[in-house]
Design a binder for this molecule. Sequence first.
Ligand SMILES: NC(=O)c1ccc[n+]([C@@H]2O[C@H](COP(=O)([O-])OP(=O)(O)OC[C@H]3O[C@@H](n4cnc5c(N)ncnc54)[C@H](OP(=O)(O)O)[C@@H]3O)[C@@H](O)[C@H]2O)c1
Length: 318
Amino acid sequence: MKVLVTGGTGFVGTHLVNALVRRGHSVAVLARDAGATRNRYNRPVETVAGNVLDPASLTAAMAGREAVIHLVGIIHEQGQQTFDRMHREAAGNVAAAMRAAGPRRLLHMSAMGAGEDAPSEYGRTKAAGERAVRESGLDATIFRPSIIFGPGDGFVSLLAPIVRWNPLFIPVIGKGQTRFMPVSVYDVARVFGDALEKPGTIGQVYEVGGPETFTLDEIYREIATAVGKRRKPLVHLPLWWGRFLAARFEGAARRGWIDAPPLTRDQLRSLTRDNAANRNRLPPDSQLSTLSSRLYLGSSFSFERRYPPLIASASLMY
Ligand SMILES: NC(=O)c1ccc[n+]([C@@H]2O[C@H](COP(=O)([O-])OP(=O)(O)OC[C@H]3O[C@@H](n4cnc5c(N)ncnc54)[C@H](OP(=O)(O)O)[C@@H]3O)[C@@H](O)[C@H]2O)c1
């Protein structure tokens, strides 16, 4: 199938594009910077210049495609790239461009916890993006993954150095009891590929979590074991301290002192609600890897340690 992928240069997008090419699809990647696709994938793919906030560029990019996979999303706001614009407006732009240019099949990336009543702006605007997709009348499938990990992620690779290098203890903001279903990026890529090839998935919403549920504390412990710091104790810091720290990080990012805040107040708000589904909903016959997430959590970090330059170039984590 001739597929256009938005967000194809990001963490999930890089793995997904590789998976789609391997499955025999003809893939084009919409990129703000054409150089960002160079040497990124296992095989060359077409690059189309465009920005999801620029409707004209989207319409041009859609010409001749049979399906669109819309992955673009952010976890912190930066300049024009606000949550509302990037999740609601961009989804509307993609849908409008599809209606204008022809392709009807849309795979839309949302997130577990998306909801009008979500505690975070991220979750509320993800819900607004889903609404834009549903109202478009296109042949859409929506995906809501829990936290995704794998080579190049921004999750294990953010937590692992904290676990490893923080002297004496591992700082955890809040009570550490929020539940997650970490899912491998390879599983996410497989589920998208399966849905693309099955018309029966049109109109469905899939909750994509890994095979096990972990509290935040348990995730820290798994990572601690993987990096050889099993005995380091977890110390819980109050939420107000987390908010104070996050506000400083956000200010530093606004002033251009750092590229991206490693923690935001919006992320802390999302920690007030579990990020786990009662039951995974996957496309028919789609299967998650049978290997335990524990092994993956460790292996994704050890891969990262062995190949840091490769991972750095493949990673543009939010
Ligand atoms: N990672 C997770 O744990 C997780 C969990 C649940 C859901 N999700 C969702 O999955 C999606 C992908 O996440 P990710 O972790 O792969 O994020 P990522 O690594 O930050 O990738 C974001 C992608 O969006 C692109 N992008 C940003 N602004 C754009 C714009 N204005 N126009 C066109 N492209 C733009 C980036 O391209 P540039 O190269 O130009 O920056 C990059 O390719 C997001 O929607 C996210 O909310 C992720």
